[in-house]
Ligand binder design. Structure first.
Ligand SMILES: [Ca+2]
Length: 341
């Protein structure tokens, strides 16, 4: 019994001691609470992690957006390309349709005309067709005329430019027809009336027996256009070597045919120029060569890339592009001076 009592006392004493120790130094015994500084660091760490996560998320999204954007741009470009191809096809079809339509209309009109034609309204040229109310540009057949002694002739009429009524005597635009030809070819004409052609010196002589205007239209490889017009234009007959007479220049291309005024026509097999040289051979065409050129509209057709040629034999008009730039397109056309649109 005394032993138990002693134990209880000892336990009580120990508890007392513990209580006392705790009272003296309570902080040491608690789990230490975190300081504000440590708390803040944890928050910053967690925020940093969150920011890093968000940044990588944003980066991923922006990468995805970029890919999406690129794919959209590609799609738009594809669509645009398809659209343009479609448009080109439609334009081509339309122009073919309108060309066929024009030809049919012209044929119908001409059939009607030839049935009612009398000798007083003979058809000499596109101007006389115009005065008979033909207003469509295209190929026409001028009938044979016993009185004038002219054969049936296919011509191309420009019924739009500057009032219309123009008969084309030359065209360069396709580039597959050689213009380096002999006297006989230039006399009778060659090429295709809807493509590249020379109407023929005999026909040009007949067309310009009435006082005529010559209009020359040109286009360069940049798509720019210029023209030169001569208020007076005529050529002699074959006995006079189709000598050129012209005057009264107007236009914006420069007066590069004046130098050829009063000269005879020359071809590779007939040197009628005013030069020791053989200009037709040097310039590779038939033309009213002087010594030799200030223009060479029947020269060699050079394609884009070769059009600035080292040789002076291209389709040149010195007054616009100088002596070594070969033009993309040329049309020479005539109509009577007294033509009234
Ligand atoms: Ca010569």
């Amino acid at each position: 019994m005394a032993k138990v009592n002693a134990c209880v006392v000892a336990l009580g004493f120990t508890l007392l001691l513990l209580a006392e120790t705790w009272a003296q130094n309570p902080r040491k015994r608690q789990t230490p609470p975190k300081t504000p500084k440590a708390q803040c660091c944890d928050d910053v760490r967690s925020l940093k992690v969150q920011v890093a996560n968000l940044t990588s998320l944003l980066e991923e999204m922006s990468r995805k957006q970029e890919t999406d954007l690129m794919s959209v741009v590609r799609q738009i470009m594809d669509l645009d390309k398809q659209n343009r191809q479609q448009e080109a096809r439609v334009t081509e079809a339309e122009s073919k349709y309108s060309e066929i339509n024009n030809r049919v209309e012209i044929m119908q009109l001409q059939t009607l005309q030839s049935a009612t034609q009398t000798s007083s309204d003979a058809t000499y040229d596109c101007a006389s067709l115009y005065s008979k109310s033909y207003r469509i540009s295209g190929e026409y057949k001028l009938p044979k005329d016993e009185f004038l002694g002219t054969p049936e002739l296919s011509v191309f009429c420009d019924m739009e430019t500057n009032g219309g009524g123009w008969t084309l005597i030359q065209r360069r635009k396709v580039g597959l027809t050689s213009f380096n030809r002999d006297w006989k070819h230039y006399k009778n004409g060659f090429g295709s009336i809807r493509g590249d052609f020379w109407l023929g010196n005999d026909h040009i002589f007949r067309l310009t027996r009435q006082p005529s205007v010559l209009r020359i239209e040109m286009e360069d490889w940049q798509g720019e256009t210029r023209y030169a017009q001569y208020g007076f234009f005529t050529v002699g007959n074959e006995l006079n070597s189709y000598k050129l007479f012209l005057a009264n220049y107007s236009g914006n291309a420069g007066d590069s045919l004046r130098y050829h005024n009063n000269t005879n026509f020359s071809t590779i097999n007939k040197d009628n120029d005013k030069c020791v040289d053989d200009c037709a051979s040097l310039r590779k065409g038939g033309y009213w060569y002087n010594c030799c050129t200030d223009s060479n509209l029947n020269g060699v057709f050079y394609r884009y890339g070769q059009h600035i040629t080292k040789n002076p034999d291209g389709i040149t008009w010195y007054g616009w592009h100088g002596s070594n730039y070969s033009l993309k397109k040329v049309e020479m056309k005539v109509r009577p001076v007294d033509f009234q649109p």
